[in-house]
Ligand binder design. Structure first.
Ligand code: ADP
Length: 175
C-alpha cells in the first residue's frame, strides 16, 4: 500500500489545498493530511477546528477518488511524522517561484535525515494557484469576497470567527 503525507497548517483549508489533495489521491492508496499544530505561527483556527474543516472538505474527495484519506495532527519533525504514519512520499504544493527556495532547502534537509522518503511536488490548476490561506484571511478580515478561494462552509467559518470584532465595531458605529 502506498501512503502519502500531505503536511500543512490548513488555517483554513482553501480550494488550492483541496485541488492538491484531489491530485495527490491519484498517486497513493492512502493520503494522510498532516495538520501542523504550529503554536508559534498563531493560527486563526484552533487545531480541532482545522481538523474538522479538513475532514469535512475531504469526505467528498475520498468518495469520488476511492482513496482513503486520514487526518493526522502533528507537532514533531515532518520526517518523523512521515515515518509515524508509514508514508513513503511527502506531497507538497508549489504555487510560485517564491515557494521553491524554501521547499528546495526542506527537501535537502529531510533527505539528509531520511533518504527513503521522497518529496513530490504538485501544482494546482492555474485557477487555484495563487490562493494562500494567509491572503484569504486578510481579504476576509477586510470584508472582501473570498467565495472564489474557499468553499461556502469555510467562508461561513471565517466570517463567524472574524465577525465578533467586526460586528461589535459595526454595532458601536451604528449606535
Ligand atoms: P505551510 O504552513 O506548510 O505553508 P499551508 O497550509 O499554507 O502550510 O500549505 C500546505 C501545502 O499546500 C504547502 O505545500 C503549500 O505550498 C501548498 N499549497 C497551499 N496553497 C496552494 C495552492 N493554491 N496551490 C498549490 N499548493 C498550495
Amino acid at each position: 500500500m502506498r501512503i502519502g503525507l500531505y503536511p500543512g497548517t490548513f488555517d483554513p483549508i482553501t480550494l488550492g489545498h483541496t485541488e492538491i489533495i484531489r491530485r495527490a489521491c491519484a498517486l497513493v492508496d492512502r493520503l494522510v493530511i498532516g495538520i501542523a499544530i504550529n503554536r508559534d505561527k498563531g493560527p486563526l483556527f484552533p487545531l480541532e477546528e482545522r481538523v474538522a474543516m479538513v475532514e469535512e472538505e475531504c469526505a467528498g474527495i475520498a468518495e469520488s477518488t476511492g482513496t482513503e484519506i486520514r487526518v493526522h495532527p502533528f507537532e514533531n519533525l515532518l520526517i518523523h511524522c512521515a515515518a509515524d504514519v508509514g508514508a513513503s512520499i511527502i506531497i507538497r504544493g508549489l504555487r510560485a517561484v517564491s515557494d521553491f527556495e524554501y521547499e528546495y532547502q526542506m527537501v535537502g534537509m529531510n533527505r539528509a535525515m531520511n533518504d527513503e522518503i521522497e518529496t513530490v511536488f504538485l501544482m494546482a490548476d492555474a485557477h487555484y494557484q495563487a490562493i494562500a490561506s494567509r491572503l484569504v484571511k486578510e481579504i476576509a478580515r477586510l470584508g472582501g469576497d473570498i467565495s472564489g478561494f474557499v468553499s461556502p462552509r469555510i467562508e461561513t467559518a471565517l466570517s463567524e470567527r472574524l465577525l465578533p470584532a467586526g460586528g461589535a465595531a459595526a454595532r458601536v458605529a451604528g449606535g
